[in-house]
Design a protein. Structure first.
Length: 310
């Protein structure tokens, strides 16, 4: 589940367990997937053979949009960093390793600052500058690639009336990892005395932000709710395109009540985009729109936990 890591929380009230069975296609073949989860350990089968959950679900690619995604546009920088960090780690394995190493450095460095062990800071300053410089440079590179795809999708959703722009706001300036590292070294030296007082690391990618703008104006401050939702739909569809190109498989598209606050034209434009992707898609709604019914291969209704239709 994208809502919880505790699968036991997904068991229906009053029931002991849940079971799921389905067929999925990847690597040019069809496979059977079975999951059984109760109050104890879950049991997972791939083609009838017991496997770890990570192995089973690692073969299931999906891009999900839910109402919580709106926080990426609306809320604080930490949520935007998490959104892009997760995505960049998916498309660049080295990014995930560098991110883990960098966050470990920040944690250890903060511990030294809190303990006032300032004489031990030099080696951690070097690591912070090296890992942080690489991370800032790579973020800037990956975002430039991603922006082109996201802007193209937003153009389609908005009927060509809006231009989406993404910018990485960092104190580590430079067009190479080395240049960003040197920039961060200068910031570390500049903030040395303040860090001793505040006892926290003040410079580096863990404090950076991503600016999401429409026509040069930040969506967070000036975008309507419909524009913000259009932005997030465009970002998710851009993610889908990147993952499809990377894996050679078309991830499923899962949309959880996401079309609210969009006018009819934007709803139709986004639905056309989903249909044209050729991906298997599920759209959950509180009420079925007529144009969605016409495009749907099947319509299901859930009432009091009971599924009907098909």
């Amino acid at each position: 589940s994208f809502r919880t890591n505790k699968l036991q929380e997904l068991v229906q009230w009053g029931a002991d367990r849940f079971e799921l069975s389905c067929r999925i296609e990847f690597s040019g073949a069809s496979h059977r997937l079975d999951a059984s989860v109760g109050t104890g350990q879950g049991r997972y089968l791939l083609d009838g053979k017991p496997k770890r959950a990570a192995v089973v679900f690692g073969n299931f690619q999906a891009v999900i949009f839910a109402s919580e995604d709106m926080d990426v546009v609306r809320q604080e920088p930490a949520i935007r960093r998490r959104f892009f960090d997760l995505f960049f780690s998916q498309i660049d394995k080295s990014y995930g390793k560098h991110l883990d190493d960098y966050l470990r450095v920040v944690k250890n460095r903060n511990a030294l600052l809190k303990a006032e062990r300032f004489g031990e800071m030099e080696v951690w300053n070097d690591l912070l500058a090296r890992e942080g410089g690489w991370l800032a440079w790579r973020r800037k590179e990956l975002l430039a690639e991603f922006e082109r795809t996201a802007a193209a999708h937003h153009g389609l959703v908005s009927g060509g009336s809006e231009v989406l722009q993404l910018a990485y706001k960092t104190s580590c300036v430079g067009d190479s990892a080395e240049a960003a590292e040197m920039s961060l070294r200068r910031k570390i030296a500049e903030h040395e005395e303040h860090e001793k007082i505040l006892k926290t690391t003040m410079s580096g990618p863990h404090r950076d932000d991503y600016e999401i703008s429409i026509g040069g104006k930040t969506a967070r401050n000036f975008g309507s709710e419909g524009q913000k939702r259009s932005v997030m739909l465009s970002l998710r569809m851009a993610q889908w395109k990147f993952l499809a190109g990377l894996t050679g498989e078309k991830p499923m598209i899962l949309l959880d009540d996401v079309l609210g606050e969009l006018d009819v034209e934007r709803q139709a434009a986004f639905l056309d985009m989903v249909v044209q992707s050729g991906a298997q898609s599920f759209i959950a709604l509180t009420e079925a729109k007529d144009f969605l019914r016409r495009a749907a291969g099947a319509v299901f209704q859930v009432s009091s936990g009971v599924l009907a239709g098909g």
